[in-house]
Design a protein around this ligand. Sequence first.
Ligand code: SAM
Length: 195
Amino acid sequence: MNAVKEYYNKYACHYNSSRKTKHFLKLNRIQLEFLIDNVGLESEVLDVGCGNGDFLKHFSNSCGIDFSEEMVAITKNHNLNACIGDATNLAFDDNSFDYAFSFKVFAHVPNCERMLSEMVRVSRKGIVFDFYKELSPKTIKDSLTKTTYLRHDSFNSIKFLLKDLNAEIKTTKEHKGYFMVYAIKQQRKEAKNEF
Ligand SMILES: C[S@@+](CC[C@H](N)C(=O)[O-])C[C@H]1O[C@@H](n2cnc3c(N)ncnc32)[C@H](O)[C@@H]1O
């Protein structure tokens, strides 16, 4: 089994209580504010790697996916709309949601290009996500002590990745090594018929 998935399946029953620390309460408040400012709570959203549904619960029109069966079971127990799924292979049609968002997941996903491409594909307006910024105290500590953190990234690499996906960065915010990005989807220009 995938080591990250195995970790979150085991950790799921402790996840809620582990997120009650001052650090996570503040981080989640900042991330929720970032969502409210850029996406608004009335939008139809997909939460990719929704965990226990901490962000989902604020939206009236939302769906979450997570590859941990245990996390999804907890989210469903909170009467939230969630299903088992992989961030790199979203089981939704193109343009199914206003926005797709994802917090504290990117660092766990080896094929992050595919994850962003899927998020852009299923969204009509844009995406919100965070990544762990290279050479921050957090990423240095995590890469030395944790096995589930597979990656950290530079802002430039993310910028180029999004450009390739036709998504334009509108707003960013950094908090303790977590770099949040709001990018809007550009409409693809139709190729001109030269004939
Ligand atoms: C640190 S938790 C974050 C949960 C939630 N987004 C939050 O901010 O509290 C990471 C979550 O991402 C999920 N995850 C990691 N890789 C994934 C993947 N490839 N597809 C779907 N879920 C994934 C894990 O199962 C876990 O629930």
